[in-house]
Design a binder for this molecule. Structure first.
Ligand code: NAP
Length: 279
């Protein structure tokens, strides 16, 4: 029987996931499908609660449904439990709904591919932002053994909430402390929406940042954000956000369709071309 998966959330029209999974389905000659299913917030509990009725083998979950989807699962993987949010669901052989969060794995997969050895000796990282994407990045960095992850957010309380969620190796600090913090870090990650097309710029002073510190931005429209451009110009190793988007899809595809796909230059070019066509 044809295996069907989908991106679910609201809205889903802009999602690049069908392009990524569609590319892999064609590449591996798998007779399956990956659809877009709009699930508005008021329908989310019923949709994920009755997932067996959907006819899907599994799905991705995007904003604003990741928390509701996690709550509907019979079991969660470590990442989804730690984040309180699931982005990948599937039915196991017993018909139980299992939830995972692969965003953090996508973040790690991207860095492993573009900056091999990036985590050697890395003990201190600064994460800007305290939303859904920040949770994934903090989980990922702590799971790789980074000793101290400092969370800096416009709304301090949200950073403090994440410190409670992730424990003593995560530390919430105020935005005003950022310049001083950059002086002793080995990595800077932007997980805010600042710098994205149509959003305000990310205005931070990189003067104190060591030249060896890795700079990565989750924003991928534009691909080379002003933050990455400035960091690259002063010699910092940089990684853009597009790789994370593609790498988070790898474990989901493998789970639903039984083949571990690869993130290739061909796939990257395909997604980039699609971003160029976007309104
Ligand atoms: P979110 O939950 O809405 O969080 C947004 C974050 O941005 C919050 O920390 C918010 O701070 C901060 N922010 C927004 N406007 C700001 C401003 N004017 N000044 C200072 N801070 C501001 O969103 P999210 O899901 O975490 O996504 C964040 C970004 O990551 C988006 O651009 C998204 O496209 C990108 N992303 C990329 C990937 C990828 O695969 N590359 C994956 C996930 C997300 P407050 O708490 O103070 O509001």
């Amino acid at each position: 029987m044809k295996r069907r998966a989908a991106i679910t959330g609201f809205p889903v029209a802009h999602s690049r996931s069908p392009l990524i999974h569609g590319h892999w389905l064609a590449e591996h000659g798998i007779e399956g499908s990956y659809e877009k299913i709009a699930v508005p917030p008021d329908a989310a509990q019923a949709f994920y609660g009755d997932f067996r009725e959907s006819g899907l083998v599994g799905c991705n979950v995007t904003v604003p449904n990741k928390e509701v989807a996690a709550a509907a699962c019979d079991e969660l993987d470590d990442a989804a439990r730690a984040m309180g949010a699931a982005n990948t669901l599937w039915l196991d052989d017993a018909g139980r709904l299992i939830g995972a969060n692969t965003d953090g794995l996508g973040f790690l997969g991207n860095l492993d591919q573009t900056l091999p050895g990036w985590d050697n000796g890395l003990s201190h990282a600064v994460v800007l932002g305290a939303g859904g994407a920040a949770r994934a990045v903090i989980w990922a960095l702590l799971s790789r053994g980074v000793k101290t992850v400092v969370i800096v957010n416009r709304t301090y309380q949200k950073a403090a909430d994440l410190q409670v969620r992730f424990g003593a190796d995560s530390i919430a600090r105020h935005w005003e402390d950022l310049e001083e913090l950059l002086g002793k870090t080995g990595m800077l990650v932007n997980t805010t929406s600042l710098g994205m097309s149509g959003q305000p710029p990310l205005e931070i002073d990189l003067r104190n940042l060591p030249e060896s510190a890795i700079v990565t931005d989750l924003v991928y429209v534009p691909l080379e954000t002003p933050l990455l451009a400035r960091a690259r110009a002063r010699g910092n190793p940089v990684a853009d956000g597009l790789g994370m988007l593609m790498h988070q899809a790898v474990p989901a595809f493998e789970r639903w369709f039984g083949v571990r796909p690869r993130v290739t230059e061909e796939l990257r070019a395909l997604v980039l071309a699609d971003l160029g066509r976007a309104p």
